[in-house]
Design a protein around this ligand. Structure first.
Ligand code: G3P
Length: 222
């Protein structure tokens, strides 16, 4: 399974990338607005692309076909590994088809059902992004969308990748991996939580204190 970081924070992206933990990045207008401040959001995207070699999703804000295609084409000029994020709306599907024909990769976002994912795949999307956390928030089982979509794509040998989005905790990552999502995109705090377990911390403390009790000096870096 591939891990993407769902953030525009250069600090977090640099850490995760240096640790070799991420294969790409996803952003959205809210995340970019938070990071950009006085900067041009395109400059933030350019910097992200200089740190990460894998796909970097950047979202259009137009909702008409020509506007989405124009914005998507401009975003794709920032770097070869930009993937254009398009909302799951009628005009969006035409934009996906046109961008795909122009050789630009797309990520259809704001998907909340397996049939939306099927439609996006038929339009030619490279990725579909079902938002599982937001479904859980309204009392639906978000993971069901990932499971159903995987089954549908397998039935018809569809090449679109399932990018599990709106991940809130490590169990979401484990379950998405078990049902066969291609990618999990997660906020930096969830990625950090994947590394931790209270028994790991407790075990390490115990080892170090037993060693110290022996009267041994623990050599730094040993
Ligand atoms: O970037 C899309 C998605 O991952 C957003 O997640 O936490 O705002 O529901 P969230």
């Amino acid at each position: 399974m591939q891990f993407f970081l769902d953030t525009a924070s250069l600090q977090d992206i640099t850490w995760a990338s240096q640790a070799g933990l991420i294969d790409g990045v996803t952003t959205n207008p809210s995340l970019l607005a938070k990071q950009a401040g006085d900067l041009d959001p395109r400059d933030v995207l350019k910097e992200i692309c200089s740190v990460v070699d894998g796909p970097v999703s950047a979202e259009v804000v137009a909702v008409d076909v020509d506007g989405m295609v124009q914005e998507g084409t401009e975003l794709a000029k920032i770097a070869d590994h930009i993937v254009v994020k398009i909302p799951m709306i009628e005009t969006g599907m035409v934009a996906v088809r046109r961008l795909t024909s122009a050789g630009i990769r797309t990520n259809v976002t704001l998907c909340f059902s397996s049939v939306q994912c099927l439609v996006a795949a038929k339009a030619g999307a490279t990725y579909v992004s079902p938002f599982i956390g937001r479904l859980d928030d309204v009392g639906q089982e978000g993971m069901d969308v990932i499971r159903e979509t995987r089954q549908i794509f397998d039935n018809y040998q569809m090449e679109t990748h399932i990018l599990t989005a709106s991940i809130r905790h490590p169990r979401h990552v484990a379950e998405a991996a078990m049902v066969g999502a291609h990618v999990a995109t997660m906020p930096p705090d969830v990625l950090r939580k994947l590394l931790r377990h209270p028994l790991t911390e407790r075990g390490l403390e115990q080892f170090l204190s037993d060693w110290a009790a022996l009267g041994q000096r623990v050599k730094a870096g040993a």
